[in-house]
Design a protein around this ligand. Structure first.
Ligand SMILES: Nc1nc2c(ncn2[C@@H]2O[C@H](COP(=O)(O)OP(=O)(O)OP(=O)(O)O)[C@@H](O)[C@H]2O)c(=O)[nH]1
Ligand SMILES: [Zn+2]
Length: 459
């Protein structure tokens, strides 16, 4: 970048910051934001964290922003979205108003949204498919179907209620012959520390499909549903197992199945209740009654214990593998690797999960992993179950495993950051990879390249 460009860039940056600050300051000064910040401070202290450390100083504000942004639907009105966006559409036969004629169907598929689970406060992913049969008077702008879904997704939700609310709102807003909504929802299923160690096959997601219909879609056996579902199948979307209106998905949220609530920290629990109030929710509403305790229980998985890692304490199974799951020759020696070790962690900036896999490479003359795979997995979990940033996690794993795998170590961490997907920039499908290299891997590009070549063949 040349000097002139740089100057221009700085100017833009300053302008950006000025504009940003104007918007931010209003938000920052609002009582709801301040109350959430205070509550997040209580949560961080309950986790044994130093709230003044660099990485956490802005966390209360970031969390307040994320939560208020993520529940902004409470303040939005469907009529404001739909009323200006209805327009007549004439068919060839009649001079006015018949968009699709009888049985005509408009459907928009694969609308990606994020919502917050009312049972545990974790974000869940929603793939939304919406359809309607125009009433013969008017059609609605396609983008509005997604905008209306967003109004209800940006609240504390349950999948079936979300589908029902989107469906009713569109029915009232557009007044068509009927509305159909199908949601495919995925909820992250975080293990706790012990389950992560002892259950290597832990399933990371709970998925459910729900549907809701109004008008001609009220009857789930109606022909228009057959048409709608066929149009979904064009895109390989199969929702034969979808639950309908009125059905209850009691087991949807993994935290509801975990009956062992255990002792919780009362100050942290009341801090979460105050967050719910600040978001405009009623913490005494029956679905939210246990939410603060569930959230705190989950958060306490990431408590800063300040204990030295007791490697002796980690169990090594008798059948533990001492054979690396990847290896490649490099100048007469072998680069061995343990690939796809799962990790679960918590973003210290937004208190939202990130998770993924870790790949560890090291040199070994006899192609043996001297400590076994499960010990490496334990190290990964030890550093995962903390408030983290991915770069630090990668480095800490590399430094620790180098004490027993030798000084030449390379670690690659591949992660999905919920904070990049569910809020802010909302980059669906994005993923992040970080690398830490020690010893020969930091000076030998061939060694790095050889290790990186093993990884894609492994999964
Ligand atoms: N380097 C790094 N950044 C992270 C990690 N997790 C989250 N972040 C980023 O931390 C940054 C915090 O930026 P801020 O501008 O203070 O907070 P923010 O307003 O919530 O940022 P946006 O995400 O851009 O909305 C964001 O860019 C996040 O994407 C991580 O593991 N490593
Ligand atoms: Zn949940």
């Amino acid at each position: 970048m040349g000097a002139l460009d740089e100057c221009h860039y700085n100017e833009e940056l300053e302008n950006g910051i000025n504009v940003g600050e104007c918007v931010e300051l209003g938000f920052e000064g609002e009582p709801e934001t301040l109350a959430i910040e205070d509550a997040v401070g209580v949560l961080l202290q309950g986790l044994g964290e130093d709230i003044n450390r660099e990485g956490l100083r802005k966390t209360p504000l970031r969390v307040a922003k994320a939560l208020r942004e993520g529940t902004r639907g409470y303040k939005q009105k469907v009529n404001d979205i739909v009323s200006g966006a209805l327009f007549p559409e004439a068919g060839l036969e009649s001079k006015f108003g018949h968009a699709g004629g009888a049985g005509g169907l408009v459907i928009v598929r694969d609308l990606d949204h994020f919502s917050y689970c009312e049972s545990c406060l974790l974000p869940f992913q929603v793939k939304c498919h919406v359809g309607y049969v125009p009433s013969g008077q008017r059609v609605v702008g396609l983008s509005k179907l997604s905008r209306v879904a967003e109004v209800f997704a940006k609240r504390l939700q349950d999948p079936q209620r979300l589908a029902d609310e989107v469906c009713s709102a569109l029915q009232q807003g557009i007044k068509p012959t009927g509305v159909a909504v199908v949601l495919q929802c995925s909820h992250i299923h975080f293990p706790d520390f012990e389950s992560a160690i002892f259950d290597p096959n832990h399933q990371g997601w709970v998925k459910v499909s729900v549907m809701s219909g109004s008008g001609v879609f009220c009857n789930e056996k109606a022909d228009c549903w057959t048409d709608f579902l066929s149009l979904l199948r064009f895109r390989d979307i199969n929702v034969d197992d979808a639950c309908g209106r009125g059905s209850v998905n009691k087991s949807w949220c993994p935290s509801q199945n975990n009956r062992k609530m255990g002792a919780s920290d009362p100050a942290m629990v009341s801090a979460v209740s105050s967050i719910l109030s600040s978001l405009g929710e009623d913490p005494s509403r029956k679905e939210l009654a246990e939410t603060p305790a569930r959230f705190v229980k989950w958060l306490l998985n990431f408590k800063n214990t300040n204990l030295d890692m007791k490697l002796n304490g980690f169990v090594r199974s008798k059948r533990d593998s001492l054979t690396p799951n990847g290896d490649v020759s490099c100048n007469e020696e072998h680069i061995c690797s343990e690939l796809n070790l799962s990790f679960w962690s918590q973003c210290e900036h937004h208190l939202i999960p990130f998770h993924g896999v870790v790949h560890i490479g090291y040199f070994s003359s006899n192609r043996i992993n001297p400590v076994g795979k499960s010990l490496l997995q334990s190290v990964v979990h030890f550093y995962g179950f903390k408030l983290q940033v991915q770069e630090r996690l990668t480095r800490q794993i590399a430094e620790t495993v180098s004490t027993f795998l030798g000084e030449d170590v390379m670690v690659v961490v591949e992660a999905n950051h919920t904070c990049m997907i569910s809020r802010g920039i909302e980059k669906f499908g994005s993923s992040t990879a970080t690398v830490a290299v020690l010893g020969r891997f930091s000076t030998d590009p061939t060694a790095r390249a050889k290790f990186l070549q093993i990884i894609p063949n492994s999964s």
